[in-house]
Design a protein around this ligand. Sequence first.
Ligand SMILES: Cc1cc2nc3c(=O)[nH]c(=O)nc-3n(C[C@H](O)[C@H](O)[C@H](O)COP(=O)(O)O)c2cc1C
Length: 368
Amino acid sequence: MLIMHCVALYGRSNDGDLLYDITKSFEYHVEHGLPLRRPDVRVQPPAHHATTIFGHPVASALGVAACPLTTAQGIAALAYLGYSIFTYKTVRNRAFPAHPLPNIAYVHDLHDAANDHAYPTCNARSHKPTSGPIGLVNSFGNACLEPAHMLADIRCAKDALTEQQFLMVSIYGTGDDITACADDFAALAQRVVQAGADAVECNLSCPNIPGKPPLYLEPDLAYCIMERVVQAVNVPVLIKIGYCTESTLRELLLAAVRAGVQGVCAINSLAVQAHNEDNEPYFGPARRVCGMSGDPIRAYALDMIKQARAIITHEQLPLTLFATGGVISLEHIDLFFAAGADVVMSASGVMLDPYLAMNYYTSQQSKE
Ligand SMILES: Cc1cc2nc3c(=O)[nH]c(=O)nc-3n(C[C@H](O)[C@H](O)[C@H](O)COP(=O)(O)O)c2cc1C
């Protein structure tokens, strides 16, 4: 009853349009707001969904992963739609402009990792495919507002949450070498905690050091970052990682626990090459590689979550496991819980349908 009332107030049907205008820039959305407004009535997950993460009570284990919706305005709206855990989109220690448009496109055909390409390739277009799997490719470049503006926005996001909701902030440090990068991460972690972050998520899945692969692929280097951040703050620290082999994942999780990290979130968008109608790089020659999300990466994400759960159980690691990657519809949420996730999050799925969590609770009730 309450749920239906809320939908009416929210005033948007689930027509599948993205809650982000892909023809407009990141900066435009900051200035003009997202096409998402806060409903008047809050969806309260049924009591039996309540749980804890890092000892903090939450109304459910469903969340929204870092994406353009997870700044204060989007978090404030989604907090009313039944999500309990939010990752504020990745921030930096300094202002950084988004890459020029386009920043987001729809995946039309995905070609499996061909032997002559380092990355899987796909066709990308500005319009949604009429049928079949729904995937997105994005290339933003971890844009960040001026620090004062960004920190004030994190504070607003935190203030929009109830006691039973939880705010993680994704941070991205950079530097010419690992020491500089770790210093940058640690300083940023302190700033976002002061601004209200309940936990800090270290984004190790984008290239942090020029010319080097993302840090999650190099567990020894990742350890330096994790240790510094854990020492710098008094809130739980987690890491966001991308797809990798089982042996790298094992090394990484063991290093994370040695460093005092308490959680791992997998997976970030999958690195692919997206092509336009002329078979040219969709985002331009300087941005041949972009991140793919949604339906096409679910199998990769499930694989990682199953492997991570097996390692955590076998090695008895004190890590909370956050899953994201291809949670587009209700049954996908169950798939990830069954695979061993403690928390299930979505980015693309929520951008396509903000009612995912709300409909999940309703579907669970009808099964009882
Ligand atoms: C448009 C877009 C922007 C994203 N921005 C971030 C980000 O700022 N930081 C981050 O760690 N992940 C970011 N992600 C990755 C998501 O958090 C998530 O890991 C990935 O998209 C897989 O989940 P999904 O299939 O539910 O989208 C972004 C994803 C999308 C689609």
